[in-house]
Design a protein around this ligand. Structure first.
Ligand code: PEP
Length: 254
């Protein structure tokens, strides 16, 4: 059985004191061992968050990493630096980066290769826009994004990813996909993975992201194909993030 993953994306929020306070609240909580929990602070808050969570089961990851190795790449943060710092996970291809920073599948593929080569565990974000869903193109768009990555990474690389299905229209809007909508897309992704990887595809986690909160988490986690959540806004509230993790733990007992 796949372990559920509850991941908190702090985005570009908070100053150092806020990151420390948030991490401190998480450090003092009692986490269920059958659920994996991770948080993704801004780059400049990674060290402080890692220090605060050192003795906690909450893992720390980065929100992005460079396609480049060490060298003359001003402003970049390399995957090797992140691994050296103690990051386990990295988010790659978040829709905000795809849209605002014009990241395309080719760049995302190169970032994933570099992250994997440095021993990071990438969470690849995919998802369709509202317009694409209205045109009944969600399956084509999501599987198209995955196809590009598979061509770049091959089966071995693909088999080392976590996939986050994040419909663009649900991110930060307060309008989550319904459990049925999310589960359907996860089912498409699972079948697509099985066709490419065979049985090992059953071990890959497919998590859902898009306005997950304490109210909708239980229903989402009850779905057969949903292996956890990537949580944005609600991850900035430690009580709510903790409650979401409790729903993930409870869903394993059903
Ligand atoms: C996200 O940032 O990946 C996200 C899903 O945000 P929110 O939960 O705020 O919609």
């Amino acid at each position: 059985m796949r372990r559920k993953l509850v991941a908190g994306n702090w985005k570009a929020n908070g100053l150092m004191a806020d990151a420390r306070a948030l991490a401190q609240s998480l450090a003092s909580a009692l986490w269920h061992d059958e659920v994996d929990v991770a948080v993704f602070p801004p780059f400049v808050h990674l060290s402080a968050t890692l220090d605060t969570l050192r003795a906690s089961p909450v893992a720390v990851g980065a929100q992005d990493s460079s396609e480049f190795p060490a060298g003359a790449y001003t402003g970049e943060v390399t995957a090797e630096m992140l691994a050296d710092l103690g990051c386990g996970f990295v988010l790659i291809g978040h829709s905000e980066r795809r849209t605002l920073l014009r990241e395309d599948d080719r760049l995302i593929g190169r970032k994933l290769s570099k992250a994997l080569a440095c021993g990071l565990k990438p969470i690849l974000c995919v998802g369709e826009t509202a317009e694409e869903r209205d045109q009944s193109r969600a399956e084509e768009v999501v599987l198209g994004q995955l196809n590009s990555i598979w061509k770049h990474l091959g089966a071995d690389g693909l088999s080392r990813l976590t996939i986050a299905y994040e419909p663009v229209w649900a991110i930060g809007t307060g309008r989550s996909a319904s459990p049925q909508e999310a589960d359907e897309v996860h089912h498409w992704i699972r079948n697509w993975l099985v066709q490419r990887l065979g049985l090992p595809a059953r071990n890959l986690r497919i998590i859902y992201g898009g306005s997950v909160n304490r109210t909708n988490a239980a229903q989402l986690f009850a779905c057969k194909n949903i292996d956890g959540a990537l949580v944005g806004g609600a991850s900035l509230k430690p009580d709510e993030f903790y409650e979401i993790h409790l729903h993930a733990a409870a869903s394993r007992l059903r």
